[in-house]
Ligand binder design. Structure first.
Ligand code: C2E
Ligand code: MG
Ligand code: MG
Ligand code: MG
Length: 289
């Protein structure tokens, strides 16, 4: 019989399960197997300075290529990994890979750019989160200045005190903290007052129609101005078009990230496209023939 929820053991099918439950169980088992057999990759997407378009940071994004399912979207499996308690081990793996990558770049004389890693609330409420992060930084020979953590605001209110304590201790290690998908949660403004954050990422839903819808423009402009007044770095996510970039420039948003600049990609592809003579530059022009 299926073990009810939780635990790290595989669960088994029982006849009375409906199709949805069967699919979910299959996904859970595939996820355990993915962790055990190493089916994950890390892709990187640049965040560029809005004025110069030079990369000033990267975001690490997990990718899962399942042998039969093919690519599975993080939106589909991260929430499941969180519920299963697998996100801690997955998140540590991503952080390790990301810091190893910056250290590797530094070792080859390439300017190390800060890398942002998404961290789940499940990781933050773990008592040993600070020791875990410190341990990974040490093991990879990484400077804490190279690491940013991105936290999504949506589910933070439940454990606010624990989370604030963890974030303070993490800040004390020397790393930075961004609120991801800003504006989509229930208590965005309240959180700004209580969290020790350094950066705010404006959710892309506010930026999609920013040049055609007056309300969206007002909201985006206000979030950017507020971030500036609070002394935070303001990052616009999901930038796909030039008109959006123009808006960001006009409103003094600091950084932009999105398909317009680059899709998430493997580290070597990113390096070919954006590194010249050990420096990160605005997209490299194709070599002259
Ligand atoms: P996020 O942290 O907000 O990451 C940004 C998402 O937007 C990424 O989706 C990225 O590929 C996508 N994106 C970037 N530029 C554009 C654009 O111009 N247009 C559009 N439409 N999308 C764009 P992805 O990689 O599928 O990840 C989805 C979410 O999964 C992430 O949202 C994050 O919440 C979560 N996630 C990804 N990797 C990790 C991880 O290692 N750990 C944890 N805990 N969560 C992760
Ligand atoms: Mg993120
Ligand atoms: Mg985001
Ligand atoms: Mg988002």
């Amino acid at each position: 019989r299926a073990k009810a929820g939780g635990g790290n053991g595989y669960r088994f099918f029982v006849p009375e399960m409906n199709a949805e439950a069967v699919a979910r169980l299959a996904l859970e088992n595939s996820l355990r197997e993915a962790v055990e057999t190493g089916q994950f990759l890390v892709y990187y997407q640049p965040k560029v300075d809005v004025a110069t378009l030079r990369p000033v940071g990267l975001e690490a994004l997990i990718r899962w290529k399942h042998p039969e399912r093919g690519w599975v979207s993080p939106a589909a499996f991260i929430p499941v990994a969180e519920e299963m308690g697998l996100i801690n081990v997955i998140g540590e793996w991503v952080m390790t890979q990301a810091l190893r990558q910056v250290a590797e770049w530094e070792g080859r004389g390439i300017e190390p750019l800060p890398i942002a890693v998404n961290i789940s609330v499940r990781q933050l409420i773990d008592r040993s989160v600070v020791e875990t992060v410190r341990g990974i930084l040490f093991a990879e020979g990484a400077n804490p200045r190279w690491l940013d953590l991105e936290i999504t605001e949506s589910i933070m209110m439940d454990n606010l005190e624990t989370i604030v304590d963890a974030l303070r201790a993490l800040r004390d290690l020397g790393l930075r903290i961004a609120v991801d998908d800003f504006g989509t949660g229930h208590s965005s403004l309240a959180l700004l007052r209580s969290l020790p954050i350094t950066s705010l990422k404006v959710d892309r839903s506010f930026l999609n129609d920013v040049t055609t819808k007056a309300d969206d423009a007002a909201i985006a402009a206000t979030i950017i101005a507020m971030g500036q007044k609070l002394g935070l770095t303001v990052v616009a996510e999901g930038i796909e078009r030039d008109d959006q970039l123009d808006f960001l420039r006009d409103h003094g948003c600091h950084q932009a990230q999105g398909f317009l600049i680059a899709r998430p990609m493997p580290a070597d592809a990113l390096e070919r496209r954006f590194v010249r003579n050990g420096r990160w530059v605005a997209e490299v022009e194709p070599a002259a023939v």
